[in-house]
Design a protein around this ligand. Structure first.
Ligand code: DNO
Length: 386
């Protein structure tokens, strides 16, 4: 039986988790990106080779790039979008020249993944990432002060946000804003002013406009991808809802059908992220899997636990609302049909044990992910039986 490829996200030489740690966790593939290259610039061949050499010297393989970021000019299809498309294509060619063919990206406006809390206490003393609508609404209404924001929330959420506006200290507000505006570690976050400006731009684009821009982006890079055997994998929106008035286009089954059919070519694939999709109250993760399965070239396996309001924390990998057993059953079955093993990584993990005393990248401490990977690998073996 073919096994999935076990991979691990590594932020590069500054990551507090070393490549040796990754080896000890049992992963063989690395998921990495050149975070020092500003969004939109060409990834130089030399830098890619250097990163690859470091990974290979540790006895590991650079399996997936996560991510080659799509510049805002492309997402908004603004004046200089053509230049950024050319840069993107060159980065893809350079990666292919180094033998790297699987690329993850997202098409979320301005903000990548969004959480309100990065150290939400679990009953066992570990810490998890958390998304709370009351806090998001509080930020939207009382910090960002977005015009018309109150129309986007149900009454119960507005009341909770109001209550928070009486309780929160300046320190609470600063922390919350920092969490919401935070980007990828080692890439820069954005300011409130940037965010407000972008919200105006995206208001005019709307969901249909953003969908068109994605299909335009994909059709522009299609030939380069096919010629260089590049497989693009779009990451679902996280969380899978419009937030702060920004449109979302990779949140549910309908979105993924639209994306796959919109540019119906092999290179146009999906990063199947069970945590992002699982946070959607109307999403059936197994159903979505069946719609996109032929195009899954990468998987993020993670779990979430939601409450009645749709607030969610990241649960242990085999716990929570995502039926990980059945996801793994589908994924391993799909993997049997492939010539090349599907890479998956244990996405996020609790900050736990010794890591509680260390400075770690939120969601990306070592031990919680090591636990996740161990559980997922055991689950796969149990399902395959050999
Ligand atoms: C969060 C990650 C995302 C992901 C990007 C892909 O932990 O899953 O930041 O890397 O959205 O472009």
């Amino acid at each position: 039986m073919n096994r999935l490829e076990q991979t691990w996200r590594w932020y590069g030489p500054n990551d507090p988790v070393s490549l040796q740690d990754v080896k000890q966790a049992g992963a063989t593939g690395i998921v990495s990106a050149l975070h020092h290259i500003p969004h939109g610039e060409i990834w130089p061949l030399g830098d890619i080779k250097e990163r690859k050499a470091i990974i290979e010297a540790a006895g590991l393989t650079w399996s997936v790039v996560e991510s080659v970021p799509v510049h805002e000019a492309i997402k908004t299809k603004s004046e200089n979008a053509g230049l950024y498309i050319e840069n993107y294509k060159q980065s893809l060619r350079n990666l292919a020249e180094c033998g790297i063919h699987t690329v993850c990206y997202n098409f979320m406006p301005v903000l990548d993944w969004t959480r309100t809390h990065l150290d939400y206490g679990m009953t066992d003393g570990s810490k998890a990432l958390y998304f709370n609508w009351f806090d998001l609404a509080f930020f939207d209404l009382y910090v960002l002060k977005r015009a018309g924001a109150e129309q986007d929330y149900p009454q119960a959420v507005l009341e909770e946000a109001l209550a928070k506006s009486h309780q929160y200290t300046k320190a609470d507000i600063d922390k919350l804003s920092e969490n919401i505006l935070m980007g990828i570690p080692s890439e820069k976050g954005i300011t409130l002013e940037d965010l407000t400006q972008s919200i105006h731009v995206y208001q005019h684009i709307g969901k249909d406009g953003l969908r068109d821009n994605l299909l335009w982006f994909l059709s522009q890079i299609a030939e380069t991808c096919e010629q260089n055997q590049i497989r693009m994998t779009i990451h679902p929106d996280d969380p899978p809802y419009p937030i702060l008035g920004l449109p979302r286009i990779a949140s549910d089954k309908d979105d993924f059908e639209f994306i796959i059919k919109g540019v119906d070519q092999t290179f146009n694939g999906v990063c199947f992220c069970t945590g992002s999709l699982g946070a959607g109250v109307s999403n059936n993760v197994l159903d979505i899997f069946n719609v996109v399965k032929d195009r899954i070239y990468f998987a993020h396996l993670r779990n979430v636990k939601k409450d009645v309001f749709g607030n969610f924390y990241e649960a242990d990998h085999l716990d929570g609302d995502v039926d990980m057993y059945h996801v793994m059953k589908l994924l391993t079955a799909e993997n049997q049909k492939r010539e090349k093993a599907i890479p998956f990584r244990p996405d996020h993990g609790h900050q736990m044990l010794d890591d509680l005393n260390k400075v770690t990248n939120p969601g990306y401490s070592a031990i919680g992910r090591l636990r996740g990977l161990a559980e997922l690998r055991g689950l796969e073996l149990g399902i395959l039986g050999s």
